[in-house]
Every structure is written in structure tokens, then in C-alpha cells.
Design a protein around this ligand. Structure first.
Ligand code: ATR
Length: 275
């Protein structure tokens, strides 16, 4: 049978789990999907995307460092991508226009609320970091109506800029920006959205960020326990989750956008975790 072509574009791309995840989705749903990985040269992202669709490709996921470029080159953006300032999902509409969507935030919220059984409504949330990854998930988090959302960052002005950008989506949520050393306790959920661990660092946040009652969520994923989650456990966190669930859930949302079919994510998470 003829398969529809999809791919993830990034640089580097060899370690991406997306081809495996989408192949598992295709096998599970019976959708005729073939999904590969494309390493775009750093200066040739737009050409790579245009070439892929010109050759009949149906949809792309976009990862580091091209998410902002995907957003920029799109003819149209979903509302959630517009606010995120980045796109991780591309496809063409019926008129052949390039559409950018962003499923990262929905992926995080779905993983927290469904897989991990944690509701965000009314909760006190601390999010560490104020870069692109955090901006990408703030809209869907605020849509869950947490009671309070504190954004802590090394560069406080960047956290303040995000608070200003999302003020109109905050509703009744108390939204604020602080530095890492000003974090004081009592959070229900602490999310690490910094890239500190890529440099072998930890965000220098006070240990008040984690208590036995705090659910700690590291948006990063590495096999075993992530650097941040190890720190959190060593400092008394009750429960830690890593970004594998988010990775699978954002992929499922992309698959749904492209195919109109929702794969089951639980078996795919188990498969990735165990093999
Ligand atoms: P990403 O797309 O991963 O969000 P980014 O936009 O460069 O990448 O943002 C990186 C985030 O991790 C920022 O919040 C950054 O803090 P600054 O805004 O102060 O730069 C944070 N970060 C990166 N390395 C860090 C480190 N070693 N310690 C603390 N925070 C760090």
C-alpha cells in the first residue's frame, strides 16, 4: 500500500525518538504513515521544508533549533502556536498554505493531567526557566486555570517579559516572575523548563521548590533519572516525572492533527521506557 510521508526536522536529529513514536502509532492505528528523520543544514531550514512538501510530504514535526523558524515561515498559525512564538507541527491546508501548530504545551498538560493523574486547576505551580520551551507551554498551562503560577528564571527580566506576554490569558491565575533565590515553598507542582542540564548544571533554585507534597516535572528526558529529578529526590520531592510522557503526548496530538485519529499513548510510553 502507498504510505503518506511524514518526518521530523532538526539539527542534530539522529537521537530523535519521533520516528519510533510515530511508527508505533501507525502500527497501532493501521494508518498508512511512513515517518523519517531529516537533518536540515542550519542555514537551509526553509528550503528543506519547501522541498519536503513539494515532493508530496504530508506533515512535519520540527525540533531544535528550528521551531521559531517554522513559525516564521508559515502562512498561517494556530492560536496556540501564535502565542508560543514557535511551531513544532507543520502541514498544508486545502489551499496549499503552510500551517504551523504547536502541540508541546498540550503534550505537557495531557501528560500531567491524564498519565500522571495530576490536575492543574487551582494548584500552586512553579515553573523554572523563561526561554522558548517555557513560552511554548504557558498558554495550555494557563488554560487549566491554576490558582497561582510563578515563573522563576536566572534572568528575571525574561520571566517578567513572559508574565507581560501572557497577562491576557491569566484570568484568575496569580501570575508572577521571580529569581531562583526568591523561591519560597508550598508548591503543588514544580516544572523544570530550563536547559541547565545540557551544560551539566542545575538551576540554582532554593530547595523550597520541592517538598514531599510537590509533584516535580522535568520537561527534559534522559534514560534513567534526569539530573534535575535526581536533585529533587535528594531534596525530598515526593514524586518526580520526566519529559518522556510529554514527548509521546505532543506526538499524539500532531498525529491527530494530521490523521484525525488519536493513538493510545500509554502502550507507546511503556514500549519506549522498557526498550
Ligand atoms: P529553550 O528553547 O530550551 O527554552 P532557551 O530559549 O535558550 O532554550 O532558554 C533556556 C532557559 O534555560 C532559560 O530560561 C535559561 O536562563 P536565562 O534566561 O537566564 O538564560 C535557562 N538556563 C540555561 N542554562 C542555565 C543554567 N546553567 N542555569 C540556570 N538556567 C539556565
Amino acid at each position: 500500500m502507498h504510505n503518506d510521508l511524514y518526518a521530523v526536522v532538526g539539527n542534530p536529529i539522529s537521537h530523535s525518538k519521533s520516528p519510533r513514536i510515530h511508527s508505533l502509532f501507525a502500527a497501532q492505528t493501521g494508518e498508512p504513515v511512513e515517518y523519517t528523520a531529516i537533518q536540515a543544514p542550519l542555514e537551509e531550514f526553509d528550503e528543506t521544508v519547501r522541498d519536503f512538501f513539494a515532493k508530496g510530504g504530508k506533515g512535519l514535526n520540527v525540533t531544535v533549533p528550528f521551531k521559531e523558524q517554522a513559525w516564521n515561515m508559515a502562512d498561517r498559525r494556530s492560536e496556540r502556536a501564535a502565542k508560543a512564538g514557535a511551531g513544532n507541527t507543520l502541514y498544508q491546508d486545502a489551499d496549499g498554505r503552510l500551517v504551523a501548530d504547536n502541540t508541546d504545551g498540550v503534550g505537557l498538560v495531557t501528560d500531567l493531567t491524564r498519565s500522571a493523574g495530576v490536575s492543574l486547576a487551582g494548584k500552586r505551580l512553579l515553573i523554572l526557566g523563561a526561554g522558548g520551551a517555557v513560552r511554548g507551554v504557558l498558554g495550555p498551562i494557563l488554560a487549566q486555570r491554576p490558582g497561582e503560577l510563578v515563573i522563576a528564571n536566572r534572568t528575571v527580566s525574561k520571566a517578567e517579559a513572559l508574565v507581560a506576554l501572557f497577562a491576557d490569558e491569566a484570568g484568575d491565575t496569580l501570575l508572577s516572575a521571580i529569581g531562583f533565590t526568591d523561591v519560597t515553598g508550598g508548591f503543588d507542582i514544580t516544572i523544570n523548563g530550563t536547559s541547565a542540564s545540557l551544560q551539566g548544571d542545575l538551576p540554582p533554585v532554593t530547595t523550597d521548590a520541592v517538598t514531599p507534597a510537590t509533584v516535580v516535572y522535568d520537561m527534559m528526558y534522559t534514560p534513567g533519572v534526569t539530573t534535575f529529578n535526581r536533585w529533587a529526590l535528594d531534596n525530598g520531592a515526593g514524586k518526580v516525572l520526566d519529559g518522556l510522557g510529554m514527548l509521546v503526548e505532543q506526538a499524539a496530538e500532531s498525529f491527530y492533527i494530521w490523521r484525525g485519529v488519536r493513538p493510545e499513548t500509554g502502550p507507546v510510553m511503556d514500549e519506549l521506557r522498557n526498550n
